[in-house]
Design a protein around this ligand. Structure first.
Ligand code: GAL
Length: 739
């Protein structure tokens, strides 16, 4: 019988090179500041502080530091590395994440740099694993002797330095030129199967010939479910494609391991990924109204709200009790106008189609507070970085309108990279050539019933080196207003240049107060999103300076390390979440991300992605999708359109979850909801399956009799004294308990 395994999978790839290496994980020293002498092998760094490169320099005694810093390490490079390698011509130096730009010196000689002119803030921020390859006969290398590796960093905004877990020196071997490309989407076959093609690729002229072993295992039992080995041959320009079909056995992830072994060299390359699994039920054809129960706007300002509703089209919309000044388009569900009178208006929304009618109570609050529930939208940064342009924004807006807005997604936010490099003669800001007409673009987005966001920085320059708003705050706010902007993300970048070093609390607040004042003069509801990485415990004063949200951390990356260290450390900030004012642990890293023109599948597993959305929703965080919206695969779409999960994020009480239980293996977070029920996230932080139990008499559960599996949208039959749930590695069970 042909075994069909089904895998639902999200690529988490790990490449394991079999070559020997010299670890550089320990032994580094750090000095902040800058001096050309620090590259020199004769410089005495004895008095420099030792630094743990598993974390950024902020966490290593330099909180909030922007500017130059140098890392140095003394290391013996043994010639045995060469002897063990099959190809002996080059050496690779793997640095972990480098944030933002670097120059690397080996024994005083510059051997690599990233980010253009280090020292010039205009290089643009980019963080990522950095590898430099140099010829093995480069005289900079002192074989079998002590070498001094010196890395000069320039960082602005958020975390800085070098950090991570994979610093080493190794020979560039035969497999360093090979990649196992798993970027294609899984295809969900109609026979309850999953199909996919992967490719073996190389840029080298070497002709690879060998075997590709394909193995599927169940991470719960370690049982091998399927195994097959094929001949595989490829060379530059002629990849080898392997296509497989596996059965979807259960709603969980399986692990696929691809191992290519090259016959001539005997070297192997291994990559693993997990399989995706869908939890959100397929939406019904009957009408249903989704989204928050409440929406806030200011008196007299333009009002825009699209009623989020699913069901077979065409849908017909009605709204009873709308305040004077608002009107609804019955065919599109878009409410526009302006309300003069402050007040709380109870509205009954109705949506119907040929299969039925649905109503929902909805409150429009006209007052001083906006953003009563966290923003749901998209932001260009985690996908496109500085390569964002008009077309990408339009594609995103259209995709949001077609596929996501029915679930409440509404903001289309352009991050850094839209601004010109020079102001007009009258000081007015303009967009660069990638955005030919900002007003027209905004009109397009509004026409879809969606709202438009933009980005700036209080310093003279943004992190990407474009124009910031310094000394032009009112003029910029006016321009945003003229364009029709609805959301401003306001960074910190380069503001350090115009404020005293080590800013105290008033200095940290000041740029935000200035921009708040400018926004208040504009006749628009512009959500104000602070982005200063949590400095000065911003959660304690973000609301006071008029922020609708504030970043609580440095920049997120698409790894479990980044996700978990950010997400599971929000306990201090969480109590400060309230309607109109939310903590922002940074944007989502699901789908295809890249921070630049070329994208890759998020490196999070599928279980980690369920954790990501569950935890961010429990925390009442803004959910800003950071992926290519033109390419929303089935899993990602399913992940982002679960109305019961989104309802936890959008709950009108606006509370952040509290951490209830924390131990080495798991954490439980509990969020109180407006209707008296609670949302509870049970997170497995270990890399093994676990059954996690909570006594039904535990204060978190006492008095609650109904347990709803939120992702699957069904009640769980929980017999016995305890509520027990089996949770996948790095995964979650998200429940809602009701009386
Ligand atoms: C960073 C910020 C990122 C992104 C970037 C743009 O400071 O944290 O989210 O906005 O600037 O250059």
């Amino acid at each position: 019988m042909r075994k069909i395994l089904v895998l639902i999978f999200l690529a988490v790839g790990f490449l394991r090179a079999s070559a020997q290496d010299v670890s550089l994980n320990k032994g580094w020293k750090l000095a902040v500041g800058d001096s050309a002498q620090w590259a020199s092998p004769t410089f005495n760094d004895q008095h420099w502080a030792s630094v743990n490169v598993s974390q950024s320099w902020e966490q290593e005694g330099h909180p909030g530091y922007d500017g130059f810093g140098w890392y140095r390490i003394h290391v013996v490079i043994p010639s045995s590395l060469k002897e063990k390698a099959y190809v002996k011509d080059s050496l690779r130096i793997n640095l972990g994440t480098v944030d933002d730009n670097d120059e690397v010196y080996l024994n005083g000689k510059l051997i690599g740099r990233f980010g253009g002119k280090t020292g010039d803030i205009k290089t643009g921020s980019f963080y990522g694993p950095r590898t430099y390859t140099i010829a093995a006969n480069n005289p900079a290398i002192l074989w079998d002797k002590e070498n001094i590796l010196a890395v000069r960093i320039f960082d602005t905004g958020g975390d800085g330095g070098i950090y991570g877990s994979n610093f080493n020196i190794a020979m560039a071997d035969v497999m360093d030129h090979v990649s196992i490309n798993t970027e294609a989407d899984f295809d969900y076959g109609d026979r309850n199967s999953l199909n996919k093609s992967i490719k073996l690729l190389t840029t080298s002229q070497y002709s690879y010939q060998g075997k590709l072993a394909f193995k599927v295992t169940d991470p719960e039992t370690n049982a091998v479910l399927y195994e097959k080995t094929n001949d595989a041959a490829f060379t530059s320009g002629k990849p080898f494609t392997y296509t497989f079909e596996i059965a979807r056995l259960e709603k969980k992830s399986y692990t696929i391991t691809y191992t290519f072994t090259d016959q001539k060299s005997g070297k192997e390359l291994v990559r693993t990924e997990t399989t995706p699994y869908i939890l959100t039920p397929y939406p019904s054809a009957k009408p249903k109204i989704n989204g928050a129960d409440v929406f806030g706007a200011r008196a007299g300002n333009p009002f825009l709200y699209l009623i989020p509703a699913t069901g077979k089209k065409p849908l017909v919309y009605k709204a009873a009790g709308l305040p004077d000044g608002l009107k609804l388009d019955a065919a599109t569900g878009i409410i526009t106008g302006a309300v003069a009178q402050k007040g709380s208006y109870s509205v009954t929304l109705t949506v119907s189609n040929r299969l039925g009618v649905k109503t929902k109570n909805f409150t429009i609050v006209i007052g001083d507070n906006i953003g009563l529930t966290p923003a749901l939208g998209w932001n260009s940064w985690n996908a496109w970085g500085l390569s964002v342009d008009d077309k990408k924004v339009r594609i995103s807006a259209k995709a949001m309108a077609d596929r996501l807005s029915a679930h409440g997604w509404a903001y289309v936010n352009i991050d850094d990279g839209w601004e010109a490099e020079q102001r007009q003669a009258d000081g007015k800001i303009t967009a660069n050539s990638k955005f030919p007409d900002m007003k027209e673009l905004t009109d397009y987005v509004h026409g879809l019933g969606l709202r438009m966001g933009i980005y700036s920085s209080p310093g003279p320059r943004t992190c990407g080196g474009f124009l910031g708003s310094w000394q032009h705050e009112e003029q910029d706010a006016q321009t945003y207003g003229d364009w029709g902007i609805d959301y401003l993300k306001y960074d910190w970048c380069s503001y350090s240049e115009v404020t005293p070093a080590n800013p105290d609390l008033p200095a940290l607040k000041k740029p935000y107060q200035v921009m708040r004042g400018a926004l208040d003069k504009i006749n628009r509801d512009i959500m104000f999103s602070l982005c200063q990485y949590g400095w000065g415990d911003v959660w304690q004063w973000g609301a006071e300076v008029g922020g609708n949200s504030w970043r609580t951390t440095g920049d997120i990356q698409d790894t479990w390390r980044s996700l978990s260290s950010i997400g599971f450390n929000q306990d201090k900030a969480s109590p400060f979440a309230q309607p109109g004012h939310f903590n922002d642990p940074d944007m989502l890293v699901v789908g295809k991300v890249g921070w630049g023109p070329s994208l890759h599948n998020t490196r999070l597993t599928f279980d980690e992605q369920y954790t990501h959305i569950s935890l961010w929703s429990l925390l009442s965080s803004p959910l800003l999708i950071g992926c290519d919206m033109g390419h929303l695969d089935k899993f990602t779409l399913n992940l982002l359109t679960n109305d019961e999960v989104l309802a936890i994020d959008q709950d009108a009480l606006g509370k952040g979850a509290a951490r209830y239980i924390k131990n080495d293996r798991y954490q439980i977070w509990v969020k109180e909801l407006k209707d008296g029920s609670k949302a509870i996230g049970i997170f497995n932080l270990s890399d093994k399956y676990q059954t996690i139990s909570l006594d039904k008499n535990d204060p978190a559960l006492k008095g609650f009799t109904k347990f709803r599996d939120v992702w699957q949208q069904k009640f769980i039959v929980a017999t016995g004294k305890a509520f027990s749930t089996k949770v996948a590695p790095h995964g979650v069970t998200l429940i809602r308990v009701e009386k």
